[in-house]
Write a protein that binds this ligand. Sequence first.
Ligand code: HEC
Length: 472
Amino acid sequence: MGDLHKYKLPIIWIVIALSLGLACLFFTRTETPITPIAVLPEKPTFSQHIAPILLKNCLPCHRKNGAAPFSLESFSAVKKRAKTIARVTLARYMPPWPADPLYSHFIGEKVLSQIQIDMIQRWYKTGANEGPKIQFAYVPPLISRSTIRKPDLVVQFDSIALHEGDQDRFYIMKAHVQIPQDRVVSALEFVPGVYGLVHHVNGHLLLYRDGNKKKPKYANVTIDVSQPNQTYRFKALELEQDDGSLPERIHSAFNYLPGVEGIEYPNGIGNFTLSKNFAVVLNDIHYGPSDQEAIDHSVLNIFFSKNKPKRKTSEIMLGTNGRSKITPPLVISPNQISTHFTRYTIDADISVLTINPHLHQLGKSFLAFAIKPNGDTIPLIRINRWNFNWQYFYTFKKMTKIPAGSEIVAIAVFDNTTSNKSNPNRPPIEVRERFDTGGASMRASDEMFQCILTYTPYQTNDETISLEKNTP
Ligand code: HEC
């Protein structure tokens, strides 16, 4: 009896499994191809079907002087690259949007729908035809180089000459500004001069209040920190107040990475008072290796508001330089794929506005979520294929509440093998976090693991406030 049972059960399970498997095959066979065939035209044309997709999803970068290395602003330019366009859209490599839209949603999400991807495939496979002639040029929604609106104040930095063949260059730049009166500021937007070459910017504000700072000798100062022995020049920045003390500082008041656009929050969230005597300090601005001769004129656009500053935003930084340690420590052996995590418990209810995952070239994937005290999970961000070039400050569509006592967890996977195409070392060598006197090394050849959240203390109904543009 016992023996019979032993043999009978597995056979029943095999039969069930087989029939389930067959049923799956049957259903998927009939279902998958139907949807696209039903809606796709037999022979899509550029002007009727492809141009609208490119206009919205590609031309913001693939235009003259855009962030992308070539323009797609004519049929011939698109036709010439039809094969690559079909490949990169199918692989979801373009448009660049590393965050997984199946996990969480953000403002400005750049993701093609399956139908759009299938449309491009079919257009390419049926001969990449033009169709009726159309005017196809991109009019960027830029007003004085802003995507928000016309700025109230534009701060200029020194111009930097970039030469073909230049390697990574890092500068500290200061611009000292005086305006007639204190103003409430609702948004700051860094706009690079040469989009393709500015790799990142960390910007800080120094506020001189109460007439404690006379006009510095130089309004604009630039220090090339990629050159050795520049520290003696820091004095030339003249950041101190007249009595030698340091003024009030807004750390990381703005940031820039390729693809980042300025955002003005609704309801006075994040507004602050800018003193009439202030300095903007880029510490630092990083230019990537240059493939051209160019002069960069980057600016900071400042937007004023009539609303009083009501709700201050702050930052929680996990990992490198942050509040929580990385486990195991960030030392990545050659030829290894290694997983590291960092976690931090918050002690008050917060409303999260943005999240910025940050790794360097060995990054492979990234996941961040919060675990509430009751055990529920709040998804924050998932990046299945890390891309060093696309490190956005992702802004949630609506503020995300994380209740007091929740633990924020970030998990990063690093790939230090040769199958990681971005691995700068062939053969791979040990790569780790490094700390200089000023904090962690930001050099792309050292590693970092950070998860930065901006938040404001929670208020009732915050979850319903949309952060998208044009909301009252
Ligand atoms: C946010 C800016 C941005 C958007 C939007 C964007 N691209 Fe790109 N694209 C780039 C940059 C920068 C590069 C060069 C660096 C790289 O390959 O990652 C690039 C590279 C490419 C390449 C060359 C890839 C290769 O392997 O040689 C193709 C083709 C391309 N993009 C097509 C598109 C298409 C099609 C769209 C829209 C569906 C699009 N891009 C949207 C910025 C953008």
